[in-house]
Design a protein around this ligand. Structure first.
Ligand SMILES: CC(C)(COP(=O)(O)OP(=O)(O)OC[C@H]1O[C@@H](n2cnc3c(N)ncnc32)[C@H](O)[C@@H]1OP(=O)(O)O)[C@@H](O)C(=O)NCCC(=O)NCCS
Length: 180
């Protein structure tokens, strides 16, 4: 049950959830407020890598290549440590409930969302939308002009999500790849 309605002290947004907590990112670069009770968004840490890897490798909505490739821990660690990447993790009671992994191309003036994921029990609660908001804030601070992502044609859920979050749909592409 929702105990009370409060305004977030950071952005003054009102939500119908019981409590807010600040999201204290260590370098303070993102305006953050908590939307779900007890949910926090933090920068991805190396300790998140194993769980993210597990999810990436089993989630059918990711990938699209005919060349099967199981990603390695180092692949995920790069998103968490590389200066050209930004990883944000949503957590509730110290449990990861979702994440967004992105590449930031400052020189090319844009950023690409490689992975966006919310655990099934936490879907339709705006977790992904809040991850996007925090990510967009970061990109705006870096004065990037555009963000983009790819969605499988079969992934109608994500397409609906994109529409709701005002990402404009472009042309349909085929994925081509070559094993090296
Ligand atoms: C797609 C995904 C990230 C959405 O996360 P989420 O936290 O549930 O999304 P939100 O709560 O922020 O949804 C916001 C809006 O998106 C749309 N949306 C989200 N899920 C939807 C669904 N199953 N059906 C229709 N619309 C949906 C709705 O408009 C929703 O607003 P509403 O609940 O007020 O109607 C999540 O379903 C997921 O992790 N899917 C598996 C991985 C995946 O497909 N990732 C994207 C790969 S490109």
């Amino acid at each position: 049950m929702f105990a009370e309605v409060k305004h977030c002290p950071t952005c003054n947004e009102q939500e119908q959830f019981a409590l807010y907590k600040y999201c204290c990112l260590d370098d303070n670069f993102i305006k953050s407020c908590l939307i779900l009770a007890f949910m926090k968004i933090h920068k991805g840490k190396l300790s998140d890598a194993k769980e993210i890897l597990r999810i990436i490798n089993i989630t059918p909505e990711f990938g699209g290549s005919t060349i099967k490739q199981n990603h390695s821990l180092n692949y995920v660690r790069a998103f968490l440590t590389d200066k050209m990447c930004l990883a944000l993790v949503a957590e509730e009671d110290n449990n990861m409930v979702g994440f967004i992994l992105t590449e930031v191309w400052k020189k090319h003036d844009y950023s690409f969302v490689s992975y966006l994921y919310v655990k099934p029990g936490y879907r339709r609660k705006k977790v992904a939308s809040k991850l996007l908001e925090a990510y967009e804030d970061h990109c705006k601070k870096m004065r990037l002009g555009k963000i983009s992502l790819l969605v499988k044609t079969s992934n109608t859920r994500m397409q609906a999500w994109c529409k709701k979050n005002k990402l404009k749909k472009g042309e349909v592409f085929y994925y081509f790849a070559k094993k090296l």
